[in-house]
Write a protein that binds this ligand. Sequence first.
Ligand SMILES: [Zn+2]
Length: 332
Amino acid sequence: MGFKIGAAIITEQREMRKEFLKSVRIPVMKKVGFIYDDVFLRHETPRWHPECKERLIAIIDTLKSSEIWDKLIHIKPRKAEFNEIEAVHKHEYIERIKKTEPGYIDPDTYLSENSLEAALYAAGAVIEAIDRCKNKEIERAFCAIRPPGHHAEAGKAMGFCIFNNVAVGARYAQKRGYKKIFIIDFDVHHGNGTQHMFDEDDSVFYFSTHEYPHYPGTGSNSERGKDKGEGYTYNVPLNSGSGNKDYLHIYQDMLPDIVRRFTPDIIIVSAGYDIRTEDHLSGIRVSDEGIRGIVKSILSCAAVPVIFALEGGYDLQALGKSVLLTIKEMLA
Ligand SMILES: [Zn+2]
């Protein structure tokens, strides 16, 4: 009799404990991959060129001196295959890049001896991130890469970009079974290359906020996609001087609905930190608070893998700090 009562009490206590544990939300850190290789430092640009290897050095130094370095899953990129690049770029363009001698290939874009190698690894980093997400090794990834990609058109290099890393990644993701891709581009410049590559495509949504009018000149809100892709491009041009408030309105009040309506299988972000107040390449004035808010909103839009690929960001200190803030949000 006494034993039965004792057993009943133990069972009851066990049940209470289970209920209690269910009610306490134990924070579980997200599995975040950090994709980087020193090969990106071998893409050389002339002295005083804003898109310099010191950008990545600043990011690595900032992350290493923070508590998050050891919380990341460190991953080496693989090299993209030429056929994977050809999913978005013209064959003749790739062949031309292969044969080009070091020098400027566009008024802003410099090709050095090892730039082709670095560019293949930059696109390969996004590919690697997709593979790791697919294998469930990670849930989110940050690709610390250069050269950047979003200005590169199908047949030409442009604005520091050789291959369009995010676009190559989007097509690769589809090959791996992620059917619907949502690209978010918060770089201060409009991602003309990415938009044009998916203009007529209803399986890849392109959403961009950018200073306007500004380089490269595209990105008005009347550009909404063409034919089958009409309605799958969404541009939010912003005046010089726009800041945190404007960005938080767009990212918190507008973006989530657009993403939810599209129901993507994966989100790829063109992460350009030239929106920072400190950055001299724009008149947009976003601070720490803005970066945190933008990233938090992106991450809360959908329960799907999210891959960030570095685009711009030319103030070294602001860049390092912004990437740190981004990754802190990604881990939460
Ligand atoms: Zn930019």
